[in-house]
Design a protein around this ligand. Structure first.
Ligand code: ZN
Ligand code: ZN
Length: 397
């Protein structure tokens, strides 16, 4: 394995990041991205683990006798046409790394390189997770169902953050992102001539009443100190001027921070939609899709990450926001911490003008390297403490 200075490594990561940015791939189609990641890891002597998934890469560094810490980066891009004009802009029409996942891939590759250098001294095992399909919110579940989280004791990751200085790290214990739910409702009435509404049952009149009533959930049912959003984003009904249609359709999303509020909104939503439909003598067919839970950072591990990260980066208090990230799915299985790292840009993700500064890559790599080692050390001492407790208990018997 060629030894790189920190400057050489940074240059390598920048070139890699630019390559991923030029050739972005959509969720579940990250074929070339997967091949490039494997090539780089293999070149550094890091073994790739088997998987049933077509995209995404899993790899291992370290030793089996000890705890396992997983490091996660998401690798997919978005169906957006880039307008930034940067010299490494997307070469794929209509596809762009507009969420900065290219910076996550390069950072985790950097972390992997640094950890591989120290492999002999690692007090446990590092599992690298280059996760497919974050944007369609199903990648993390695919990774979990593939068994990749088995044996993992803790997991960490980061998302780049606009409007923060390059390399500044935003950390917060507890909930930092929204849970996401989606609904689709079809109101089924009886179609009729527009001049004779008495012969039908009008789903459009009911649709108007539903929209108004649903808006009362946040304003009239929730504790004003609790945050939530209920948005109806798509409405269709009818197709001409003199026919009352048979059906009307609406869909939208619910974003919540608090688990109890999430349950409360769903219950109230179902009640309102059914009762309003009943009042208009029509039927409501409701599909409710439970999406990702909230990112919920383990308090003890967060303090460890905060302490370690403060030794090499500026720290700020991460503000919670109602966007979602499927990193939350891992945290339902193992304790984890998800932080932000400032990207120095002013444009929010998912915008065609989104940019992220290359300067965050080396901080990202260091974040993974230093915190992986620190967590292994902490988990190891905790593990050996409980082991020696057991031993002394055994001796007493
Ligand atoms: Zn995104
Ligand atoms: Zn993202």
């Amino acid at each position: 394995m060629v030894e790189l200075t920190k400057e050489d490594l940074e240059q390598r990561l920048i070139r890699l990041r630019h390559h991923f940015h030029e050739y972005p791939e959509l969720a579940n189609h990250e074929v070339k991205t997967t091949a490039t990641i494997k090539e780089v890891l293999t070149g550094w002597g890091i073994p790739i683990l088997p998987t049933h998934l077509k995209t995404g890469v899993f790899a291992e560094i370290g030793h089996a006798n000890g705890p396992t810490v997983a490091l996660r980066a998401d690798i997919d891009a978005l169906p957006i046409t880039e307008t930034t004009g940067v010299d490494f802009a997307s070469k794929i029409p209509g596809v762009m790394h507009a969420c900065g996942h290219d910076t996550h891939i390069a950072s985790l590759l950097g972390g992997a390189y640094l950890l591989k250098q120290k492999e002999a001294q690692l007090p446990g095992k590092i599992k690298l997770i280059f996760q497919l399909a974050e944007e369609d919110k199903e990648g993390a579940l695919q990774v979990i169902n593939d068994g990749q989280l088995n044996g993992v004791d803790a997991i960490i990751g980061f998302h780049n953050a606009s409007n923060h200085p390059v390399g500044a790290v935003g950390i917060r214990a507890g909930i930092t992102s929204g849970a996401i739910d989606k609904f689709k409702v079809t109101l089924v009435g009886v179609g009729t001539h527009a001049s004779a509404p008495q012969n039908g049952r009008d789903p459009i009149a009911a649709l108007g009443a539903e929209i108004n009533a649903i808006q009362s959930i946040v304003s009239r049912n929730l504790d004003p100190f609790k945050a939530a959003v209920v948005s109806i984003t798509h409405v269709t009904a009818g197709n001409t001027w003199n026919v009352l249609p048979q059906t009307a359709f609406f869909e939208g999303t619910v974003r919540t921070a608090d688990k109890q509020v999430r349950r409360q909104i769903k219950a109230r939503f179902l009640e309102i939609v059914n009762q309003v439909a009943k009042a208009y003598d029509i039927k409501a067919e409701i599909d409710w899709y439970a999406g990702d839970p909230s990112v919920d950072n383990d308090p003890r591990l967060t303090e460890i990450i905060r302490d370690e990260t403060s030794k090499f980066a500026e720290i700020y208090d991460q503000q919670p926001a109602l966007g979602s990230d499927d990193f939350a799915c891992y945290q339902e299985k193992v304790p984890g911490v998800y932080v932000n790292i400032g990207n120095g840009g002013k444009v929010s993700p998912h915008n065609p003008n989104f940019t992220a500064d290359d300067g965050l890559l080396i901080t990202g790599a260091t974040f993974f390297e230093r915190n992986a080692i620190r967590l292994l050390t902490e988990l190891n001492s905790k593990g050996s403490a409980s082991r020696s407790d057991n031993e002394s208990a055994a001796q007493q018997v």
